[in-house]
Ligand binder design. Structure first.
Ligand code: GLC
Ligand code: MG
Length: 730
């Protein structure tokens, strides 16, 4: 089986929700949400699609219909390359939203994805999510469908929040703008649930993920992103002098000396002045090499934004102060597409690339320089440590220490043999560690390992969600959802017969229960009665939905019913009534407060409602069996839960058999469901006889359910026999 797995070509889902994603001409930098992540996701998908182990890749993103962005983003499907397409799901408003505003709409995204996958011929073998928003959606899908999850954070909430607080920003203002609480909660969940978290560096694992509670149990793997090495290549021996080389040489008195190159935004943390100081204070270094600094573009220094102006002015003043004319160049303009050639020129001159920044979490320019055959000197920080550790193509240095910078530069350029070794190591090392080929190879190795492991784990747990295609809910055409007490349970022999029948319908028929009991107690009574674990358990009077034997909670439902629910305030307000006695702790749930009442002492329900209304509290009050009072969110009930379930899994309510016996079952028996009332029903439900849709059985308990099934048999036989595809329009 493990070997078969290895042979089977994969179907992959890559989810990346925010920003603008299309197959061609990515609008990188158009806004904060369309940048490195977007580029990486599309490139990774393309590269993976070419891999022989991969059959198909869907890049799943948000559909946007908005006059302020291109029409491309409104297409539901777009082909990227062979075996690779973009699939856009519409959720939330049609207009473009920045990522901080997507949170309230993600549960809808989950539903849309489930809907899409239900129509698909095959479920993905795994889901790879990018950033916390997609992570949230992917985690739900993974839990609901039993598909393994891989996650890449790209950037993380906790470290970012810590940085902002350290910079003196007010916590409340930050929260309002960025929604960190929601982001961090999602990140914790994803880290805990993912089978694999992909990072770019070792430092990211230790320092960034290290800030998360669940990091200790998570599985991380450093798989640095691939870079497009085709643009960056070492100079050819025979390479003629380019126009750019002539222009560069014109800056220097002795242009034959090795060239030190630094490229960075004019930003104080990039520490360009530290580099100039190092060069200015070392006569030795000045004698050995020239220095070229690319620090953005400028027309007139005075027109630059204030921070940049200060930095550039400072550099020009320092050149003058150390008298570096003819040795240092700070060109006015340098465009992005000239950079590969600049690296080659420096390599030809046996120079060195230096990054004098104070910190460097990753260091893309270092990899580009290395691919061009240029040794590197860089800060002793996460990114450079990994790169130089992998490639052995230069030195890390304490960039706060100018002498150390100068010393490292000299060390690299002074010894020609050493220089050549570094240059070669860089070229080979980048190919081995940072090319797309290397990235995809490492990535696929991890994926294979994980899928094998996951399969074993699922087998061990005997989860109902065994291999993905065996997820009953997504392949079933019909459901039986029954109340437990006095409906399913009560007649052991009949229940046995029903159990046998259910066993025969597996795969095509979802089996569920809907009960007032808390989930643990529902599981216990079913066990005692030898009923198999339901595929779905709607418990605590419809306030909770769980799936399968692993009792995977439906977080989308929780998010939906949370609306206007203030549990603590409600409990506090109702504590004013001594006639209400709280039930045992296991009956008190996040979305349910339950009391025992003495019917003789029962406070009037309408005045209770009015009392809560006055306090601006919203809840449903459900009084039943002259004994119980349940306080629930206004959106929760067994009936609503069944409808939500039906919508979420695209299983029409007309395909759902529903059985009950008493008052709190009424709502789920009404409407389009195939309703069954058992013969032993209570009086409060008798009036449903007038509803044509509801079948009143003569037999009691499970025998009544069997009788109902027989009644609906013509319709059921059709549902249970036909393959799924034929049923879409039934
Ligand atoms: C179940 C629950 C209880 C609830 C009652 C009525 O017995 O355990 O908490 O009050 O149903 O819905
Ligand atoms: Mg009942």
């Amino acid at each position: 089986m493990a070997d078969m797995m290895q042979e089977k070509p994969l179907y992959i889902w890559m989810i990346s929700l925010h920003g603008l994603i299309r197959a061609e001409h990515l609008e990188l930098g158009k806004d904060n949400d369309t940048g490195g992540q977007t580029k990486y996701v599309i490139e990774l998908a393309k590269q993976l699609a070419m891999h022989p182990d991969v059959e198909k890749i869907d890049v799943v993103t948000r559909l946007i219909e908005d006059a302020s962005v291109a029409e491309d983003y409104a297409k539901t499907e777009e082909s990227v390359s062979e075996g690779c397409r973009i699939v856009r799901m519409q959720f939330g408003p049609k207009r473009y939203l920045k990522k901080e505003s997507l949170w309230p709409h993600l549960d809808q995204a989950v539903d849309k994805c489930l809907n899409f996958l239900r129509q698909a011929e095959r479920l993905p073998d795994y889901i790879h999510t990018h950033y916390a928003d997609a992570g949230y959606v992917g985690e739900q899908l993974s839990l609901l469908l039993g598909i393994p999850l891989i996650h890449t954070g790209h950037s993380l909430g906790r470290p970012k929040l810590a940085r902002m607080l350290a910079n003196g920003r007010k916590a409340s203002a930050i929260e309002k703008q960025f929604n960190f609480a929601r982001r961090i909660t999602s990140e914790e969940g994803v880290i805990q649930h993912s089978s694999l978290v992909v990072t770019s560096t070792q430092q990211e694992i230790q320092e960034q993920y290290g800030m998360y509670q669940h990091a200790a149990d998570a599985r991380f793997k450093v798989i640095p992103p691939g870079i497009d090495t085709s643009q960056f290549s070492p100079p050819l021996r025979s390479q003629a002098t380019s126009k750019m080389q002539v222009e560069i040489e014109a800056y220097f008195a002795d242009a034959d000396k090795p060239l030190i190159v630094a490229i960075s935004r004019p930003d104080s943390r990039k520490n360009i002045h530290g580099l100039l100081k190092a060069y200015g204070e070392s006569k030795h270094l000045q004698a050995k090499a020239n220095l070229l600094i690319v620090a953005g573009s400028r027309e007139h220094v005075n027109q630059l934004e204030e921070g940049q102006k200060q930095i550039i002015t400072g550099l020009l003043v320092d050149v003058d102060f150390y008298n570096l004319w003819g040795k240092v160049a700070i060109p006015k303009h340098f465009s992005q597409d000239e950079i590969p050639e600049l690296y080659r020129i420096a390599a030809k001159k046996k120079g060195v690339f230096v990054n004098p920044a104070l910190t460097e979490p990753f260091g893309l320019t270092l990899i580009e320089a290395a691919a061009s055959g240029l040794p590197i000197v860089a800060p002793d920080d996460g990114g450079p440590r990994d790169i130089i550790g992998n490639c052995r193509n230069g030195l890390v240095v304490n960039t706060l220490d100018s002498d150390a910078i100068a010393g490292a530069l000299l060390f690299v350029i002074e010894d020609k043999k050493r220089w050549r070794q570094f240059a070669n190591n860089g070229i080979v090392g980048v190919w081995r560690h940072y090319s797309w080929t290397a990235h995809v190879e490492k990535y696929m190795k991890e994926v294979r390992r994980l899928l094998r492991k996951d399969l074993k784990r699922l087998r061990r747990q005997q989860a109902i969600y065994l291999p993905p295609e065996k997820n009953y809910i997504s392949s079933a055409n019909a459901a039986l959802i029954s109340d437990i007490d006095n409906t399913l349970v009560g007649d052991k022999r009949a229940l046995n017969l029903l159990g046998t029948w259910l066993g025969e319908q597996r795969v095509k028929l979802v089996f569920g229960v809907a009960t007032g009991r808390p989930v643990e107690s529902a599981v216990a009574i079913l066990k005692r009665n030898h009923v198999r674990t339901p595929d779905v358990i709607i418990s605590s009077v419809g306030t909770e939905i769980h799936y399968g034997s692993r009792l995977v909670p439906d977080l989308g439902w929780a998010a939906h019913i949370r609306y206007l629910w203030r549990r603590d305030a409600l409990a506090e307000a109702l504590s004013a009534f001594p006639q209400l006695t709280l039930q045992t702790p296991e009956n008190q749930r996040e979305f349910k407060i339950s009391y025992l009442v003495d019917p003789l002492n029962m406070p009037d329900i309408d005045s209770l409602k009015a009392y809560l209304h006055e306090k601006k509290l919203h809840a449903q009050l459900i009084y039943s069996h002259e004994e119980f009072l349940d306080i629930l969110p206004i959106r929760a009930s067994k009936g609503h839960a069944i409808r939500y379930f039906s919508y979420k899994w695209s299983l029409p309510v007309e395909h759902c058999l529903v059985a009950g016996d008493s008052g709190n079952d009424i709502e789920m028996l009404l409407g389009d469901t195939l309703a069954i009332v058992v013969g032993n029903h209570s009086q409060e439900i008798a009036h449903l006889r007038d509803e044509t849709q509801v079948y009143f059985a003569k037999a009691h308990y499970a025998a009544g359910i069997m009788e109902g099934i027989a009644h609906y048999q013509p319709k059921l036989a059709h549902l249970l026999a036909a393959p799924k595809e034929d049923l879409v329009h039934v």
